[in-house]
Write a protein that binds this ligand. Structure first.
Ligand SMILES: Nc1ncnc2c1ncn2[C@@H]1O[C@H](COP(=O)(O)OP(=O)(O)O)[C@@H](O)[C@H]1O
Ligand SMILES: [Mg+2]
Length: 352
C-alpha cells in the first residue's frame, strides 16, 4: 500500500473508539497528518480531558500503521479536548442532551401572543402526565418563565460533571427549568446583540445538566432572526409548535416563522399550531364568546398550511392570573385548565 494521507486515513478508520462506538477518523480525533522521510505524524485529539481509551487507541494506531507501511516511524502528538474550546462546547452540548429524547421549540412571529403561557402550561401538563420535562426560557428580550413559575428570585447552582461546568436546572411542578432571566436583570436584555444572544442561548440549553428527559421545550424569542436559525441547527430540534392569535398581524408574522422552519436548509417539522386568545369569555357569562381578535384566524391558517391544529385557547382572567401568580393554570382546578390538557393530548398524538 502506498504511503499517502488517504491510505493512512483508511487504515485509521478501522479503529473504533470503544466508548463512542464510532471510528476515530469519523469522531474527528485525527488531524494534520504529515509524511516526511518515512515518518508519519499527526495530532490525536481526545474527546474529553481524561479519555481512558486514549493510550490503547494510540497503541493500536501505531501497530496498524507500522504493519501496513513497513519500516515507518510514527509520531503521535496528543491534544486534549480542553485546548479546543469550540469542540469542547459542542461535546458539552452533546453530553447534556444525550439523554433528551425530543427537543421542541415553541415559536411565534409576533411577541405577546402567549408563547410563554403556552410553553409553561404545556410543560407542566406533560410533567403531570408522567413525562420527564424540561423548559428553556430562551426569550432574551423578555424572559417571563421564572415569574410564571413563581421562582424569579431563584439562583441556580453550578455543578461539575465529568469535565464540564454545568448549571443545575431549577425544578418546579416537576419541570426542570432554565431561564436567561436567572442571570440578567430585565432591562439589560433589550440591548443584546445577536451574537451575544446566540451564545447565551447555547449556554442555557447546552450548559444545563438536564439528565434524562422525554421532552425539552424551548420558549424561543419572538420573530425570525439569525438566533433562531443558529439555535435550531445547533440543538438539532425535533420540531416546533407555532403560537398565534387570530389577529391578521399575528397571522402574517406566524407565516414568516413557519416558512423559516420549512426552508430547505432548516427543514424542521411543525408539530402543530395553537391559536391563543381565540375569544374572550367573562367569568360571569361563561357561555358568551367575544371574538376580539377575529374568528378562527389560526385554525384557518393551520388548515391552509397543512399544520396539525392543537387548540383554541380563550382569553380568560384565570389564565393571566395564573401567569402573574406563578401558578400555571394547568396546575389548578380552574375550568379552563381542561383546554391545556386537550392541547397536550393533541400535541402527544403528533409526536409518535
Ligand atoms: N389565553 C389567555 N388569557 C388571558 N391572558 C393571557 C392568555 N394568554 C396570555 N395571556 C397573558 O398575556 C400576556 C402575554 O403572554 P405571554 O405568554 O407572556 O406572551 P409571549 O410569551 O408570547 O410574549 C401575559 O400577561 C399572559 O398572562
Ligand atoms: Mg414570552
Amino acid at each position: 500500500m502506498n504511503l499517502n494521507k488517504e491510505n493512512i486515513l483508511s487504515q485509521l478508520e478501522q479503529i473504533i473508539h470503544p466508548e463512542f462506538e464510532k471510528n476515530i477518523v469519523e469522531l474527528g480525533m485525527i488531524e494534520n497528518i504529515s509524511i516526511s522521510d518515512n515518518e508519519i505524524s499527526f495530532y490525536f485529539l481526545t474527546k474529553k480531558q481524561k479519555d481512558p481509551f486514549a493510550t490503547l487507541i494510540k497503541k493500536k494506531c501505531e501497530r496498524l500503521l507500522t504493519e501496513t507501511f513497513s519500516s515507518v516511524k510514527i509520531n503521535i502528538m496528543e491534544q486534549k479536548q480542553q485546548q479546543n474550546t469550540a469542540k469542547h462546547e459542542q461535546s458539552q452540548i452533546n453530553y447534556v442532551l444525550q439523554n433528551v429524547k425530543k427537543i421542541v421549540a415553541i415559536m411565534s412571529g409576533k411577541g405577546g401572543v402567549g408563547k410563554s403561557t403556552i410553553s409553561v402550561n404545556l410543560a407542566v401538563s406533560l410533567a403531570n402526565k408522567g413525562f420527564k420535562t424540561g423548559l428553556v426560557d430562551a426569550d432574551i428580550y423578555g424572559p417571563s418563565v421564572p415569574k410564571m413559575f413563581g421562582i424569579q428570585n431563584t439562583q441556580p447552582m453550578m455543578v461539575k460533571v465529568e469535565n464540564f461546568e454545568l448549571i443545575e436546572p431549577v425544578e418546579r411542578y416537576n419541570v426542570k427549568i432554565m431561564s436567561i432571566g436567572f442571570f440578567i436583570n430585565h432591562d439589560d436584555a433589550l440591548i443584546w446583540r445577536a451574537p451575544m444572544a446566540t451564545s447565551a442561548l447555547r449556554q442555557l440549553a447546552g450548559g444545563t445538566y438536564w439528565g434524562e428527559l422525554d421532552f425539552l421545550l424551548i420558549d424561543l424569542p419572538p420573530g425570525t432572526s439569525d438566533i433562531h436559525i443558529t439555535m435550531t441547527q445547533e440543538l438539532k430540534l425535533d420540531g416546533t409548535v407555532v403560537v398565534t392569535t387570530p389577529q391578521p398581524v399575528a397571522i402574517a408574522d406566524a407565516i414568516k416563522g413557519i416558512n423559516m422552519f420549512r426552508q430547505e436548509k432548516i427543514n424542521i417539522p411543525i408539530f402543530g399550531l395553537v391559536e391563543n386568545m381565540s375569544w374572550f369569555t367573562p367569568k360571569e357569562l361563561p357561555e358568551n364568546r367575544y371574538y376580539i381578535f377575529g374568528m378562527d384566524g389560526g385554525k384557518n391558517l393551520a388548515a391552509e398550511m397543512q399544520i396539525p391544529f392543537l387548540a383554541q385557547i380563550p382569553i380568560v382572567q384565570s389564565i393571566r392570573q395564573g401567569g402573574d401568580d406563578g401558578i400555571p393554570i394547568i396546575f389548578t382546578n380552574d375550568i379552563h385548565a381542561k383546554v391545556f390538557d386537550e392541547l397536550t393530548d393533541n400535541f402527544l398524538k403528533q409526536i409518535k
